[in-house]
Design a binder for this molecule. Structure first.
Ligand code: Q9C
Ligand code: ZN
Length: 344
């Protein structure tokens, strides 16, 4: 499959994150993309660097002040103390409920909290460069499909589906799937369906399109009662205003088996048919894999092939966007299984 890979991804390389109160090595690593790139190279897929600028879609999807913050965050962090070059900034305070989020405090860590949903998305020196190039990769995949390619794969990291209009979270900074969907809309697709198969609910993508009927969002994920992102992803979230009826959440209990997962996939695929989508973006999280270290579904390599085949049967121009998946050594094979299933 035609694949646009992000040549800057390695510039985003934070060292640690917090897990159960402990500092642990990051799960979302450069090695993830390298494993996928190597597998696709060996599999004979056509690999290209981004050839489109995502600037216009970027301004439609994210707020100007959030993008300004992301672009300048690292220099601001270093300006506080040159020693910060060796440290990762983490938010420590958030504007919940009765607090104000309409103003930007001057304090850097307070602004980091304003623009973050969690303390699990460490910034590094090259985060902006990597994430911004990822947006170009997503726009490039969308362009190629709108120009007639049957499908394209955006092989990028950091992932994107937890990032909202004006916030980062869940290892995500720029919402690549939203960039792809918006790019397809801008290129005259009347309605785009975004199907999110990552283990975690794609709260960022849902919230970006929640009031729109031109982008249908469907997601299969671990039940947020027990799984990240906890505060969104429930079945009663069906869209509002123009978007009423254009959001479908299919939460499954942690530990659900492949039979339950494919039953949910069938419902999502039926819904994509009902809304008359003319293009598809797949938020391809592979953390539904049985060997994933932070997730609790149990899909196998064979199941990923089956997923690809089912998506191909929708018959829509399709952009795949890599999201999560933390069994890094198996990530290349698992990604390739989906693409093979699709192309079979
Ligand atoms: N420190 C994606 O899959 N917290 N993001 C996990 C381990 C958040 C996952 C706890 C998981 C976010 C794109
Ligand atoms: Zn995930």
């Amino acid at each position: 499959m035609l694949t646009f890979h992000n040549p800057m991804h390695h510039l985003h390389a934070p060292v640690h994150e917090f897990f159960r109160g402990e500092k642990v090595a990051c799960f979302e690593t450069p090695a993830r993309a390298e494993f996928v790139l190597a597998a696709l190279q060996a599999g004979g897929h056509e690999l290209r660097e981004p050839d489109q600028d995502a600037a216009s879609a970027l301004a439609q999807i994210h707020s100007e002040r959030y993008l300004d913050f992301l672009r300048t965050a690292w220099p601001q962090w270093i300006a506080l103390d040159p020693q910060n070059e060796q440290r990762q900034p983490f938010p420590s305070v958030w504007p919940v409920r009765s607090l104000r989020s309409d103003i930007e405090p001057e304090n850097f860590v307070a602004r980091l909290g304003l623009y973050s949903m969690d303390n699990g998305s460490p910034l590094a020196s090259g985060t902006w460069a990597a994430a911004r190039a990822g947006a170009d990769a997503a726009a490039s995949a969308a362009h190629s499909v709108m120009a007639g390619a049957r499908a394209a794969f955006c092989l990028s990291r950091p992932p994107g589906h937890h990032a909202g209009h004006d916030f980062m979270g869940g290892y995500c900074f720029i919402n690549n799937a939203a960039i792809a969907a918006q790019t397809m809309r801008n290129l005259e697709a009347d309605r785009v369906a975004v199907l999110d198969v990552d283990y975690h609910h794609g709260n960022g993508t849902q919230s970006i399109f929640y009031e729109r009927d031109d982008v249908f969002f469907a997601s299969i994920h671990g039940d947020p009662l027990t799984e990240y992102p906890f505060y969104l992803g429930y079945a009663d979230e069906t869209g509002v205003g123009d978007g009423a009826g254009y959001n479908l959440n299919l939460p499954l209990p942690a530990g659900s088996d492949a039979a339950a997962w494919f039953a949910a996939l069938e419902r999502a695929c039926k819904a994509i048919g009902y809304v008359h989508a003319d293009a598809l973006v797949v938020s391809l999280g592979l953390d539904t894999f049985e060997g994933d270290p932070i997730s609790q579904f149990s899909l196998t390599a064979g199941d990923f092939d089956r997923l690809g085949a089912r998506l191909a049967a929708l018959g829509l121009p399709t952009v795949f966007v890599l999201e999560g998946g933390y069994a890094a050594a198996e990530l290349g094979d698992n990604a390739q299984q989906v693409l093979h299933g699709f192309e079979r």
